[in-house]
Design a protein around this ligand. Structure first.
Ligand code: COA
Length: 375
């Protein structure tokens, strides 16, 4: 009998689970429950996408009203969470504070021993509602600002910007944040969603599964890239410097953040939309230099490496143009991807199978044992 296992580095092209939720087409398309996002953008709201991913159908008017009400009623945080954020060390990264806050939140679940499907759906909606509130609270507390309460008449995404910045969004910003959240809501079996599903597959609770996802998202090869995109843009003073900067980075063997993708072989469809949104925002605030610098980076990276921007590249410009500090970029990503995570966790629970692959052992055999006093 052979113990040799086929090893697929990075699980590239391995289908590790089945899903009805989203399909990432390598040829440059993304589908949510069968709908091409190119058809959804501009036609549906983020709340409709939440319903679509959670219940696998676009809501009718009554259903939309119901989910909006439910989301609004779940946007508040237990006061102990606010206290815990206040006690977090000032030099901790906000992503660490978000991770801890979610862990703390799990301690305040109303029915901790109840794991029925209905309760898990309630928890899922509650998490979708609470993560943006948490992110806003983290930012405001750490910047000595008063917490801002959401307004019933605002859209969910509009409330997020309002609670975070403390001022109402203008029309362009409202459209931008809603589209940003739709475009970040789900994306097949990306690393954080996989992490969430692995934890859910042990029948661990939904909070633990989301916390696994948060840990994976923070890495710079995943959602952490967009904070680094802004860092790169602040290192390039103007369009003329781009060529030298990129050539220098590539010469030093560094990856350009916000570029490349495991699945797409062509342009990431989310990036096309985010680029347009970023252009409109930069025009409005007279920061076209930022947009043109980003375009030039895209041109030079494509010329040198034949790779395209991914979701994180123009997302960085969109958030920056709305005055979001770069340390919070990954938290905005999490505030939208929470919808995909909880939908995948529920799907994983319904097809309960332990995700437990194997490894190919490449270590030694028969190593001679040496007692501790002779090592
Ligand atoms: N900058 C420069 N070169 C890149 C690159 C980047 N951002 N992304 C990929 N490449 C190059 C690699 O160096 C490699 O070239 P080689 O074959 O000459 O060695 C080739 O493209 C394949 O890249 P690889 O890292 O093997 O692809 P992957 O599928 O394992 O990784 C990413 C995908 C997303 C992790 C990778 O593209 C990356 O690190 N991008 C930067 C981080 C980022 O933006 N992450 C957000 C993802 S949404």
């Amino acid at each position: 009998m052979s113990y040799e296992k086929e090893y697929i580095r990075g699980l590239r092209d391995v289908a590790a689970c089945q899903t009805h939720l989203s399909f990432v087409d390598p040829l440059g398309a993304l589908y949510y429950v069968g709908y091409d996002i190119d058809r959804l953008i501009g036609r549906v709201s983020y709340e409709e996408v939440i319903h679509l991913l959670l219940f696998r159908k676009l809501p009718d008017e009554l259903e939309l009203d119901a989910i909006k009400q439910k989301l609004f009623s779940e946007m508040t945080l237990p006061k102990q969470i606010v206290k815990s954020i206040k006690e977090s060390p000032v030099n901790a990264h906000p992503m660490q504070v978000l991770r801890t806050s979610l862990s703390k939140l799990s301690e305040y679940d109303k029915n901790p021993n109840e794991f029925s499907e209905a309760t898990n759906i309630d928890r899922a909606i509650s998490l979708v509602a609470k993560v943006p509130t948490l992110v806003s609270a983290i930012y405001r507390i750490r910047n000595n600002k008063e917490l801002v309460h959401p307004k019933k008449e605002y859209r969910f995404s509009e409330n997020f910007l309002y609670m975070f910045r403390g001022k109402p969004a203008d029309e362009k910003e409202k459209e931008a944040i809603d589209r940003y959240m739709i475009l970040h809501a789900d994306h097949g079996l990306n690393a954080s969603t996989f992490a969430a599903r692995v934890t859910a597959s042990t029948l661990s609770d939904i909070y633990s599964s989301v916390i696994s996802a948060i840990g994976a998202l923070g890495g710079k090869l995943h959602g952490g890239a967009s904070e680094r995109v802004m860092h790169m843009l602040s290192n390039v003073d103007n369009v003329k410097d781009v060529e030298d900067y990129i050539q220098g980075q590539l010469f030093d063997g560094k990856k350009i953040m916000g570029f490349g993708h495991r699945i797409y072989t062509v342009n990431d469809p989310r990036s096309r939309h985010l680029r347009k949104i970023s252009k409109a925002l930069c025009q409005q605030i007279n920061r076209m230099e930022l947009y043109y610098t980003a375009r030039e980076i895209q041109n030079v990276v494509h010329k040198e490496k034949k790779i395209f921007p991914n979701v994180d590249f123009y997302a960085a410009i969109v958030l920056s143009a709305m005055d979001i500090p770069k340390e919070y970029f990954t938290l905005f990503f999490a505030s939208s991807r929470i919808t995909g995570w909880v939908s995948h966790i529920l799907e994983q629970y319904s097809d309960s199978v332990l995700l437990r692959p194997t490894s190919r052992y490449i270590g030694a055999y028969g190593t001679k044992f040496v007692p501790i006093n002779r090592r």
